[in-house]
Design a protein around this ligand. Structure first.
Ligand code: SF4
Length: 215
């Protein structure tokens, strides 16, 4: 696998926000979102075997592991790594754009599918096969995340979630795009429209400087 970094920090997003978590960041991404804060992961990285990644994860005192990127689903060994981590009874999450088919991922993994909005610059990248993962039987295991860049993005995200019954069948997360819209504006939009989205504020960026790597 090509790995950009492995580090121990506080989970800043998802329903596991606040948990001490080991992050495994893979290298490479096929998208170019306008707000991307991990452009250093497009090319930088080193080759590691699945065994080496598992060993590095186990050094840290936590039960939470998050595979992130870049786009982890570009790596052919990602499904095997996720399975190996689940077999260790770790709580495992996968952060992906949902632009590649995730339906074969180990069902024990919590999926955070970051549906790209039109103003992300990567709209239309979502693989609709992943909508089958919105299932009441795995409601605690699938989260659809929307990073909101504008009012029209908010309306688009609500419409997408309603058309696919995501509010009923999964968790829906909304985050303000960093320095594009603010959290208070998004909170008020969620409250005024009555949609059942969970507001996310990237906790790690308020604890540390937004530009610090490895947190
Ligand atoms: S999918 Fe993630 S890593 Fe890829 S360009 Fe978008 S924000 Fe950056």
């Amino acid at each position: 696998m090509k790995i950009n970094e492995i580090f121990f920090s506080i989970q800043g997003e998802s329903s596991w926000v606040g948990q001490p978590t080991v992050f495994v960041r893979t290298s490479g991404c096929h998208l170019r979102c306008r707000y991307c804060d991990t452009t250093y992961a497009f090319y930088e990285g080193r080759s590691m075997s699945v065994d080496e990644v598992v060993e590095n994860v186990q050094i840290h005192p936590t039960r939470y592991v998050c595979l992130t990127g870049g786009e982890p689903m570009l790596q052919s060994d990602t499904p095997l790594l996720l399975q190996r981590l689940c077999d260790l009874n770790l709580n495992v999450s996968l952060e992906t754009s949902g632009g590649l088919d995730c339906t074969g991922v180990d069902p024990r993994v919590k999926l955070i599918l970051d549906v790209k909005t039109p103003d992300s610059g990567a709209g239309h990248s979502f693989d609709e096969k992943n909508l089958s993962l919105a299932d009441v039987n795995r409601k605690n295991r699938t989260e659809f995340k929307f990073v909101i860049c504008s009012e029209s993005d908010f309306d688009w995200a609500v419409d997408f979630a309603q058309r696919h019954q995501l509010f009923e069948r999964a968790e829906v997360l909304m985050s303000p795009a960093f320095r594009r819209v603010d959290a208070r504006w998004l909170a008020e939009k969620i409250l005024s429209t009555g949609c059942f989205a969970r507001l996310q504020t990237q906790l790690h960026k308020s604890i540390w400087s937004p530009h610090v790597r490895g947190v």
